[in-house]
Design a protein around this ligand. Structure first.
Ligand code: ADP
Length: 322
């Protein structure tokens, strides 16, 4: 069997570990792997070539993706997907491993339904916002990167007695923000799924901590928070309360860097398992982790609602800031 592998959507540390495992597990079973460059865009353009086992040397510890990634609006067009299917056929590719987030999996589900190409998904996104899995590749690394950065900010916040608003990634998910806030001992967290009126709760929380004698605070803000991004929240706080505050946007720093051991291990396990399942004739699934175990579910499950950070984690941030 000739298997195509691609990375799609936002890049995430650990994607290279998954590519390497796909290639080497396939090699062990006597299958061949082709790398498709720049996600679905490369598939449309026929930008693909063989990935022998040695081509994956020295990538396990690297962030980013050796295959590059892209967002490809054209793949939403059924006619263009038909063109992509013929490019695969020309190259003799019968099965695909797609490493990406929910958008990439929706595309895979549609593509398999329309063109019968066997698809396997590996969750790769720092947002950890996919249904059916408690982990996605890159989340653990991004979390550790954000925490390390905020530890440094904490030093200067405390020296100057300042409030810092730190924006972390997460356009529609507060998973990264809430976990970062707990791990760096933030005084508050703003995130899109927060059950409370975040701004009012933030102001009263900051007042209460001032009364308790705290002179510096860190507030973690998810980029998709409903009150606004960190810059907007900062402007509002300055206007309403004349606070001495600073805003830091961590931005793409969180997407890069050497993957953590956990992201390497899960990338490796998922990459190998995807190939083992394709070899057994399974298709139309994506992999995940639930309670420490490797699980697979139908690609169609991606249409279910995304997981939200448990409410008690948001409340824990406030309790631990006392
Ligand atoms: P992620 O996979 O990280 O969620 P995107 O949502 O940008 O990233 O999706 C990645 C790519 O998958 C898109 O650029 C597009 O090519 C393809 N895609 C996403 N959603 C669909 C869809 N509903 N139908 C067809 N292709 C899609």
């Amino acid at each position: 069997m000739r298997i195509g592998v691609l990375t799609s959507g936002g890049d995430a540390p650990g994607m290279n570990a998954a590519i390497r495992a796909v290639v080497r597990q396939a090699d062990a079973l006597g299958h061949e792997v082709w790398g498709i460059h720049r996600g679905y865009q490369g598939m449309l353009e026929g930008d693909m070539d063989p990935l022998p086992s040695r081509s994956c040397a020295n990538i396990l510890q690297r962030g980013g993706t050796m295959l590059h990634t892209a967002r490809c609006a054209a793949f939403r067009d059924p006619l263009r997907r038909t063109e992509a299917a013929s490019k695969l056929k020309e190259a003799g590719i019968e099965a695909l491993v797609i490493i990406g987030g929910d958008g990439s999996f929706r595309a895979a589900e549609t593509f398999q339904r329309e063109h019968g190409v066997a698809c396997a998904g590996i969750p790769g996104t720092i947002d950890n916002d996919l249904p059916g899995t408690e982990r996605t590749l890159g989340f653990d690394t991004a979390l550790n990167t954000a925490v390390e950065a905020i530890d440094r900010i904490r030093d200067t916040a405390s020296s100057h007695g300042r409030l810092f608003l730190v924006e972390v990634m997460g356009r529609s998910s507060g998973m990264l923000a809430v976990h970062t806030a707990i791990a760096c001992g933030a005084e508050a967290v703003l995130y899109p799924e927060s059950p409370e009126d975040s701004y009012e709760a933030l102001v009263s929380g900051l007042n209460a901590s001032w009364m308790r004698g705290k002179r510096s605070s860190i507030v973690v803000v998810a980029e998709g928070d409903t009150v606004g991004r960190a810059m907007a929240v900062g402007e509002r706080l300055k206007r309403d309360h004349a606070l001495d505050l600073r805003v830091v946007v961590l931005g793409h720093v969180q997407r890069g860097g050497s993957p953590s051991a956990l992201d390497r291990i899960w990338g490796s396990r998922w990459g190998a398992d995807a190939v083992l399942r394709l070899d057994r004739g399974e298709s139309g699934f994506y992999l995940g982790e639930v309670a420490g175990a490797l699980v697979a579910q139908p690609l169609s499950q991606i249409l279910e609602s995304q997981p939200v950070p448990p409410g008690d984690l948001g409340r824990l941030v406030a309790i631990l800031a006392r």
